[in-house]
Design a binder for this molecule. Structure first.
Ligand code: NDP
Length: 246
């Protein structure tokens, strides 16, 4: 269904990004996979190639504007364009505000917010000129509600949800670019590995007792959005594990 399309996936070295890159390639897209851990990306590209798909791996730090621009340029050099951009890279070092983990707040702003902006800015001009394209932003249930120790993370994800809606209003009707905001609940990935606030260890362990979503579940929702007919704009997908209440 995605034959001929070029898809750029950020944060493709693990979790949701990795599963999404695999799913897009399986559906026929040529995939450029980015993240900082180059070894993992190379393994992913080999896995895609071994299954008969097409992928290239490129180191990417979404917190660096020049890196985002180079990433999109690499896709253009290889295949001439980017049709689908999946802004997935993100981190979640949850902590209570009173712990003043200001460096972690800054990192979340740099990756979860600025990373989405830089990647969008890098990919947008060619999409606007072609009057087609699809931007998929991975927000979160945390982009809809706020919970203790999530003040900053939820703030960054509220940004992603708001920015997605703004992009849709500005770009979909006028420039032919579709915009989808994905809002997962708990997904079993490495995401909690950045949490350094020790008072949250029981919360993190507690969340593991529930049957969480798998990265493949989110990849399937992204595939649903990008494979929809061109006149269909899947604006939001809110998806929780059945057992998750909030
Ligand atoms: P993972 O930790 O498994 O994946 C995060 C990915 O982001 C990794 O590939 C990591 O790669 C990449 N990344 C982090 N920093 C950067 C950076 N500066 N530049 C480029 N890539 C970076 O977690 P998930 O798969 O769960 O997270 C993916 C997205 O899903 C995030 O935006 C997260 O907020 C969101 N999400 C996750 C949920 C969950 O429960 N897991 C729920 C709701 C939303 P590397 O370290 O190699 O750079």
């Amino acid at each position: 269904m995605l034959e001929g399309k070029v898809a750029a996936v950020t944060g493709a070295s693990s979790g949701i990004g990795r599963a999404t890159a695999l799913a897009l390639a399986r559906a026929g897209a040529r995939v450029i996979a980015g993240a900082r851990r180059a070894g993992r990306l190379d393994a992913l590209a080999s896995e895609i190639a071994a299954a008969g798909g097409t992928a290239i791996a490129r180191p990417l730090d979404v917190a660096e504007r020049a890196s985002c621009e180079a990433f999109v340029r690499a896709a253009a050099d290889e295949w001439g364009r980017v049709d689908i951009l999946v802004n997935n890279a993100g981190l979640m070092p949850l902590s209570f505000v009173k712990r003043l983990k200001v460096d972690e707040w800054e990192r979340m702003v740099d990756v979860n917010i600025k990373g989405v902006l830089y990647m969008t800015a890098a990919a947008l001009p060619a999409m606007a000129e072609a009057k087609s394209g699809h931007i998929v932003n991975v927000s979160s249930v945390a982009g809809r509600l706020v919970f203790p120790a999530g003040s900053v993370y939820c703030g960054t994800k509220h940004f992603v949800t708001a920015f997605s809606e703004g992009l849709r209003q500005e770009l979909s009707a006028r420039s032919g670019i579709r915009v989808t905001c994905i809002e997962p609940g708990v997904v079993a990935t490495e995401l909690t590995s950045t949490i350094t606030d020790e008072s949250l260890s029981s919360f993190v362990e507690g969340a593991k007792k529930m049957e969480a979503l798998r990265s493949e579940d989110i990849a399937a929702s992204i595939l649903y959005a990008v494979e929809a007919p061109a006149h269909v704009n899947v604006n939001e997908v809110l998806i929780r594990p059945r057992e998750q209440e909030r």
